[in-house]
Design a protein around this ligand. Structure first.
Ligand code: ATP
Length: 235
């Protein structure tokens, strides 16, 4: 579904992505783990067309997207939930969800997806008329994920969905990611510092250090890899 081939990207003189290559097959949950500043968010921004790619290719379902505008990439079926969530605080929950469907014209499909989102997150239905700013951090994360789902993406990109959330809420968020993958037939690319939880739900994972992919394997194997355990799992 998605393939990065030797992608390089820079912030001025900082070489933030160094020949990054990775692959995501349809139906998978794939995670990218790494420390602070390793290049995880930059990878997602490059995929979404927000970070210019200096060299290399990004293919979405076989089509080159590395030079496309972000809104055109979204309309191909690829949608990102950014780090820090960025919901519209003054709009109601329902209005935030409507914004997710902004590019769609299929009214009955939108209604069906709204019902689906409410079934995944009943709290959002309860709070549908409240402004986004009234929601807790966990609820805002759920709203941001739901808003992305309203675009009916084939590939959902999640940037640190567990950041700043209480442990119980983190567990809920990861459970929901698994359900979205299973029930909505949505492929997931999950960027996380919470390597333990991310690897538990992922089919496969990549490890990024200083802008370079240094390791890739199945989620299970990475969880049991002594180097990964030492560097990222605190074992
Ligand atoms: P975090 O978990 O802290 O978000 P990350 O793995 O997502 O980290 P990136 O945000 O992708 O890392 O950063 C990769 C590198 O690029 C780091 O060295 C960072 O300092 C640098 N960087 C990120 N954003 C900018 C920017 N706007 N201007 C200059 N350098 C940047």
């Amino acid at each position: 579904m998605l393939e990065l081939q030797n992608v390089n990207a820079y912030y001025g003189s900082i070489h933030a992505l160094r020949d990054v290559s990775l692959k995501i097959e349809a139906g998978e949950i794939v995670t990218l783990i790494g420390a602070n500043g390793a290049g995880k968010s930059t990878t997602l921004m490059a995929i979404c067309g927000i970070m210019p790619v200096q060299s290399g290719k990004i293919l979405f379902r076989g089509e080159e997207i590395q030079s496309m505008r972000p809104e055109n990439i979204v309309s191909l079926g690829l949608c990102q939930v950014p780090e820090g969530r960025h919901i519209f605080p003054e709009l109601t929950v329902r209005e935030n969800l409507d914004m997710g469907a902004f590019l769609r014209r299929d009214k009955s499909g939108i209604k069906k997806d709204l019902d689906h989102v409410y079934s995944l997150f009943p709290i959002l239905e309860k709070r549908r008329n409240q402004p986004g700013s009234n929601l807790s951090g966990g609820e805002q994360q759920m709203l941001a994920m739901s808003r992305a789902l309203m675009a009916r993406p084939q590939l959902l990109l999640l940037d640190e969905p567990s950041m700043g959330l209480a442990p119980l809420v983190i567990q809920q968020v990861f459970d929901i990611i698994e359900r979205i993958n299973r029930e909505s037939d949505t492929t997931v690319f999950l960027v996380e510092q919470n390597a333990n939880q991310a690897l538990r739900i992922a089919n496969r994972g990549y490890v990024i250090e200083n802008g370079e992919i240094v390791l890739s394997d199945s989620g299970d194997k990475l969880l049991n890899n002594p180097d990964v355990q030492k560097a990222y799992l605190g074992i």
